[in-house]
Design a protein around this ligand. Sequence first.
Ligand SMILES: C[S@@+](CC[C@H](N)C(=O)[O-])C[C@H]1O[C@@H](n2cnc3c(N)ncnc32)[C@H](O)[C@@H]1O
Length: 388
Amino acid sequence: MELLIKTFHGLESVLAKELEELGATNIRSLKRAVACEGDKEVLYKANLHLRTALRILVPISTFTAKTEDELYEAIHKFNWSEYMTEKTTFAIDAVAFSELFKHSKYLALKTKDAIVDQFREKTGIRPSVNTDNPDVLINVHVARDSFTISLDSSGESLHRRGYRQPGHQAPLNEVLAAGMLKIAEWNKDIPLFDPMCGTGTILMEAAMIACNIPAGFKRKKFGFMSWADYDKFLWGKIYKDAEEKINYPRTRIVGSDIDLKAIDMAKTSSLDFKLNRQISIMKASFEERELPFRRGMMIFNPPYGERLKKTDIFNFYKKIGSTLKQNYDGWVVWALSSNEEAIYRLGLHTEEKHTLYNGALECEFLKYHMFEGKMKEFKARRPVRRSE
Ligand SMILES: C[S@@+](CC[C@H](N)C(=O)[O-])C[C@H]1O[C@@H](n2cnc3c(N)ncnc32)[C@H](O)[C@@H]1O
């Protein structure tokens, strides 16, 4: 079957690689998505394991429609009994990139009417809509007049790993943090330090990678579990196989932050997932703290400065740059920020640049190699690589 896996802009190639490792075939990178082919086993494994996927769709129908009536007709004549009964609760998620269909809510409404009418005509009973916890989540996607109707096999977005503590203003999305670790090619043998760890998303994702804990390991429910063809035995086997591969190696994953409340959240997350021996977190300011280890990889997202004066944020980035130059010889440093002018104030030579999105904010994810020796010699050795 065809699968369509949604992700964030900039993570398509790391997602494609993850899919390859799972055994998917015919993998194609698209815009904010990757398409591939796979059987039920690949579908279940993808939902459990993929770290850079947001949701996994299974397309069931494609057609063209130029008006709402044509949409209604196409949905109404599709055989929905293959996927649900009149007792199934359902919800519609519609996305429109079209001059002809501008209002996704209206598309969802038309689709719902056509499905409900089909069951009412056949059985006399109307299936119910349940937006909070539907048995079947149907995705409607239109680009110009081309519709793709899919079943959402994930249900709730896959970024919900189950460790997020509520209440912090600017945590990174879990999928984005995992993508950053993958772009940086971090692995458990590399000491990792996030000096502005906030709620600890980068640390948690790293520890889960290090311990082989699948991204969806703590989730109780996936969309496919309510489908008529749900294979409980196959899911049980896939889950058990994954569980047997979990181990807790010695790791050096360290975080610090000046915000005690955020640190408490990070500690609670690591305790909830029994990763408190893998992750060590302390309260400290980056400029003043000692190095956690002599060499390693730093991955962090400093404040972007929305709530600060321009001069203050420029000085802050300048200070980060000078701390790195003075103390972090030989380290590989990756920073994510949306503030291009502030990044410039780091005063470091960029070795690699990737465009990623943190919510709606366009960010740069930049790699620096803290050199030993003269800058000129270092620059000559390493040209800048751009992802796009
Ligand atoms: C954008 S948030 C990081 C969010 C984090 N990645 C997460 O997932 O929750 C930036 C963090 O930098 C911290 N911070 C700001 N100035 C700092 C400093 N001088 N030293 C250490 N941490 C600092 C803030 O307290 C905040 O938690």
